[in-house]
Design a protein around this ligand. Structure first.
Ligand SMILES: Cc1cc2nc3c(=O)[nH]c(=O)nc-3n(C[C@H](O)[C@H](O)[C@H](O)COP(=O)(O)OP(=O)(O)OC[C@H]3O[C@@H](n4cnc5c(N)ncnc54)[C@H](O)[C@@H]3O)c2cc1C
Length: 195
């Protein structure tokens, strides 16, 4: 996935190590007409760490998770690092939350109490209705979908068409837009992963 500089900055402040997580620095963002392969725009994003404080990176989602897990499990947390070492409870499905009393209840009948509950349970959130009145929840399906896959370089090299794309590709993001469909949202974006 690509991690924009604002996200990379937040991760850096948590002590996330992009080098160990094999993050790839992205230097440019090229927008291309997907039919003619003409360049529409090329943005230089190589100076993001100077202007924003962190680079624009690409990182494998699992490497991001592993890096975050390592941070959460820091074994050398000192008393002054309060909150740095986190007790993880895995495979625990939340079924109910009392936001007023600060209680989270799990499917196995157990529960946890906390002063602060962060509900980060995704787009089909179980917890959202306990905090936001469903009648006031304005989130709606946009009809858009994204699919992501990894392809080894060796496979790309076997295709003459892909070789032509590789030949023009700089060390950054290529965004190929389907201009033929009359301004729809269809596009392909590609960039290197793990170096
Ligand atoms: C194909 C694709 C490509 C994307 N590419 C990028 C990208 O390049 N860069 C980028 O910044 N973003 C990207 N995104 C968006 C990004 O993945 C999401 O914005 C982000 O994952 C949302 O994080 P989240 O923590 O809110 O939810 P999620 O990542 O969905 O995590 C929610 C977690 O809560 C758990 N959970 C759900 N319900 C319960 C429950 N009842 N009890 C316990 N646990 C529960 C789930 O198992 C999951 O682990 C992409 C998304 C997709 C689908």
């Amino acid at each position: 996935m690509n991690c924009a500089p604002n996200g990379a900055l937040a991760l850096q402040k948590l002590g996330f190590d992009f080098a160990s997580a094999k993050g790839v620095r992205l230097e440019n963002w090229e927008t291309v007409d997907g039919s003619s392969l003409e360049q529409i725009r090329n943005q230089d994003i190589s100076q993001a760490d100077k202007t924003i404080g962190a680079p624009f990176c690409a990182i494998h989602r699992n490497d991001l998770f592993q890096g975050l897990l390592a941070l959460a499990r820091l074994s050398d947390a000192k008393p002054e690092d309060e909150g740095r070492s986190i007790d993880l409870v895995l495979n625990a499905k939340v079924v109910d939350v009392d936001a007023e009393k600060g209680v989270v209840r799990f499917a196995d009948g157990s529960s946890q109490e906390a002063d602060l509950i962060v509900a980060a349970d995704g787009i089909h959130s179980t917890i959202r209705p306990f905090v936001v009145d469903p009648a006031e929840d304005t989130s709606a399906d946009t009809g858009l979908a994204a699919f992501r896959f990894l392809m080894p370089d060796a496979v790309l090299q076997k295709s003459p068409a892909a070789q032509r794309l590789l030949a023009r590709k700089a060390n950054g993001v290529g965004l190929y837009v389907d201009t033929a469909s009359g301004g729809g949202e269809k596009h392909i974006t590609w960039y290197a992963c793990r170096g």
